[in-house]
Unconditional design. Structure first.
Length: 131
């Protein structure tokens, strides 16, 4: 159907534009003088967002288990990294070791996803489309 192809083109354009904007903002941060810890965490946020968009772009072309796993894992880490970035801004660049607990759920789900994909079940592209 023509609409499906047009919809895929729109999604691809949005992904490419999003990745380009992320790249430009990350480049601005990298060339900035006197970088602080929050700058590096913001680059990590940008990297996770870019991974989400890149894997989504790849999944639109054809779903594969490695793209599916990478997309799932990166979405789990987006919230804790963003939360760490906001806490750094609030606490005037002072890192607190308790913030590592933000990542506990993301790490647990990463272990579950890897265990499921690598040990428990053999996912085929047809089975992933059903998911």
């Amino acid at each position: 159907c023509y609409f499906d192809d047009f919809q895929n083109i729109k999604v691809a354009v949005v992904n490419i534009v999003g990745i380009s904007i992320i790249f430009i903002f990350s480049l601005f941060i990298l060339v900035k003088k006197q970088k602080v810890l929050s700058d590096y965490v913001l680059i990590a946020v940008h990297t996770v967002l870019a991974i989400i968009l890149l894997t989504d772009f790849g999944i639109q072309k054809g779903i594969r288990s490695d793209l599916f796993v990478l997309h799932s894992i990166s979405t789990f880490f987006l919230f804790p990294i963003s939360l760490s970035y906001s806490m750094l801004l609030i606490k005037n660049e002072q890192f607190n070791r308790k913030w590592i607990s933000f990542f506990a759920i993301a790490i647990a789900f990463t272990i579950f996803i890897l265990l499921d994909f690598l040990v428990l079940k053999d996912y085929t592209p047809d089975l992933l489309k059903q998911q």
